[in-house]
Every structure is written in structure tokens, then in C-alpha cells.
Design a protein around this ligand. Structure first.
Ligand code: SF4
Ligand code: MG
Length: 324
């Protein structure tokens, strides 16, 4: 359904007296991925690795520098603004802080009705109201929410409002960007369960962006791990957790608190912060933090290669992984 090929998103950086372009940030650097109908692709990495930029570049909220984004055989990078508006019926986004994305001066009813008005769905106001009430029920909100304002709701309930708005047009794909990250753990699981129920009911696909691996694991069929603009590992969820190949993934996984003490932990620990994407390290971007780095890693960029042990695909980019 969605196929992203060689996608690049570079931001120019200006400086000096003449405000000339002095550098480029490679926020998304040659990314390939795909999403099937009804599937959840997790996208993980530390903050600043380019996950949100990738999500926005897929939606054409940022115009990609190069590469292709195909959605149901439409090349999104070539569409005009009005053609893209049509596609937005099928691809929606849910953000971390619903407080900011919901207009505080509008009632919940009006907020959820807005996409229906924009896309001319429903014959009249009464019909749209009926649809909004159905949507409220679908996301587990009371009917009387219709006349209330976002600030009267808790964080979890506000996220339910943004989910209702996102599904109003019956999309095929929703990009969830840190959609539960601002919520308490108990509320997180309620929202995740709601998203998974809606997925089954509507055959929705998700790109689930999060820095939190335990959350992503809970919902994803496959997971892509990003580091400084590049995907460094991509495989199905079980393989990623049980047979991860890339030292960065192994470090992220070993940082998750392990409830079962019998399970052996990998010993890779992440040190320091993600380097600035303005001056990413040469060779393998991860070499400044990788405990296994060799001289080769400092000069040569490792390619993302296929290391499949079964018929399922397992891609990773590290010089130390032995050939498949
Ligand atoms: Fe570490 Fe080298 Fe592999 Fe990069 S290529 S992850 S630096 S071992
Ligand atoms: Mg982000």
C-alpha cells in the first residue's frame, strides 16, 4: 500500500555574514520501507534520529529532497496541493500532544466534524452530527462530550478526541507520532488497545513512531530502527527482540527494564547522546558510541543488507555481521 524508496530529506543550514548555505542536515538519509494494508510498522530511535521528519515527509508536510513515496500507486511527491488533499482522506496523523493539535476554542463536536466538512462528507449538519456521535462512541467517549471543550478532558481523553478526528474520514493509514508518549502508563495501554481495536475493525495500517521500544513492541508487526537519519535494522517484531543483529538495536533493547530475571541481557550499553545530525560521524554514524567499532567503521558506511534466516526479511547495516 505504501512504498518509500530512497527517501531523502535535507535541511539547508545558513550562516556567516552573507547568510550563505554552510551545511546540510541529512534528517532522512536514503530510507526504504513499505507498509501493507492492516499492518503496523514501528519506527524507533532516540529523539533527533529523524523519525518524525520521516513521518512528515511521507505525508508531504515536508517536501522530500529526493526519493519516492508511493501510496496505492500514486507518487505523492509529484502531486499538487489539491491532489494531496484528496490523499489526506486516506492518510492521517496523530501527534503526541493533543492539547496542542486540538483547537481550544472549538467544541469537541466541531473539531471532529471539521474533516467531514472539508471533504464534503454528509448531506447536512444533522447527518454530520450523527456521524460525529458515532465516532465519539467508537473511541469510548460519552455523547455529552459533543458540546464540551478540549480543556475539560484528561490527556487520555483528549487523545481519544484526536483519534476520533483521525478516523472520521475512514483512512487506510495513520501515522502515530509519539501518540501515547505524554500519557501515564495505565492510560497508554488503554489508548494502545483502542488503536488496535480500531485497526481490526477498519483494517487500518499504522506507522507507529516512538522512542519507547516496549510500546512499539506491543503494537508492531515489523519494526524499523533509525539512527541519525538512516534505518539501521528492519525486521519483524519477534526477530528484532530475540535475534537483533545491529549493536544499536541491541543497546536499545538491553536498556528496557527486564521483568524476567532468567532472561539473559545483552551487555551493550549506550553511552552519551546522539551526535548532532549537522556533523554526523563519518563511516558508520554509530561508531562514536558503538563498543564494537573498528577502524573500518570510521571510514566506511555500512550498507543495509538482507540477513534473512527464514522467509521473513531481516535487514541490518553493520560491518561486523557475517554474511547471510
Ligand atoms: Fe558498530 Fe561498526 Fe557495526 Fe557501526 S558498523 S554498528 S560502528 S560495529
Ligand atoms: Mg519526534
Amino acid at each position: 500500500m505504501l512504498k518509500v524508496n530512497d527517501l531523502q530529506m535535507h535541511f539547508p543550514v545558513y550562516g556567516g555574514l552573507l547568510r550563505r548555505q554552510v551545511a546540510k542536515v541529512f534528517a532522512v538519509d536514503k530510507v526504504d520501507l513499505s507498509v501493507a494494508p492492516g499492518e503496523t510498522l514501528g519506527l524507533v530511535g532516540e529523539s533527533g534520529c529523524g523519525k518524525s521528519t520521516l513521518g512528515r515527509a511521507i505525508l508531504q508536510l515536508y517536501k522530500p529532497t529526493a526519493g519516492s513515496v508511493k501510496f496505492q500507486d500514486k507518487e505523492l511527491t509529484q502531486l499538487s496541493k489539491s491532489e494531496m488533499r484528496e490523499v489526506r482522506k486516506d492518510i492521517q496523523i496523530i501527534l503526541q500532544d493533543p492539547g496542542e493539535s486540538l483547537n481550544s476554542r472549538h467544541t469537541v463536536g466541531r473539531i471532529i466534524e471539521e474533516p467531514l466538512i472539508i471533504h464534503k462528507i454528509g448531506k447536512n449538519a444533522a447527518e454530520r452530527k450523527k456521524q460525529v456521535l458515532e465516532l465519539l462512541q467508537k473511541v469510548g467517549l460519552q455523547e455529552d462530550s459533543y458540546h464540551r471543550y478540549p480543556h475539560e478532558f484528561s490527556g487520555g481523553q483528549r487523545q481519544r478526541i484526536s483519534i476520533a478526528r483521525a478516523i472520521a474520514l475512514k483512512p487506510k493509514l495513520i501515522i502515530c507520532d509519539e501518540a501515547v508518549s505524554a500519557l501515564d502508563v495505565s492510560i497508554q495501554s488503554q489508548i494502545l488497545n483502542l488503536l488496535m481495536d480500531l485497526q481490526k475493525e477498519m483494517n487500518l495500517a499504522y506507522i507507529f513512531i516512538s522512542h519507547d521500544l516496549s510500546v512499539v513492541r506491543h503494537v508492531s508487526d515489523r519494526i524499523a530502527v533509525m539512527y541519525l537519519g538512516k534505518i539501521v535494522e528492519l525486521t519483524d517484531t519477534d526477530a528484532l527482540y530475540n535475534k537483533s543483529l545491529h549493536p544499536y538495536t541491541q543497546a536499545l533493547i538491553s536498556a528496557i527494564p527486564q521483568p524476567d530475571p532468567r532472561r539473559k541481557k545483552t551487555s551493550i550499553t549506550l553511552q552519551g547522546d546522539v551526535p548532532s545530525p549537522l556533523n554526523p560521524p563519518s563511516g558508520c554514524h554509530f561508531h562514536t558510541r558503538c563498543p564494537l567499532a573498528t577502524d573500518l567503521c570510521k571510514t566506511q558506511v555500512p550498507e543495509l543488507k538482507q540477513y534473512s534466516t527464514s522467509e521473513k526479511s531481516h535487514q541490518a547495516s553493520c560491518h561486523l555481521i557475517s554474511e547471510p
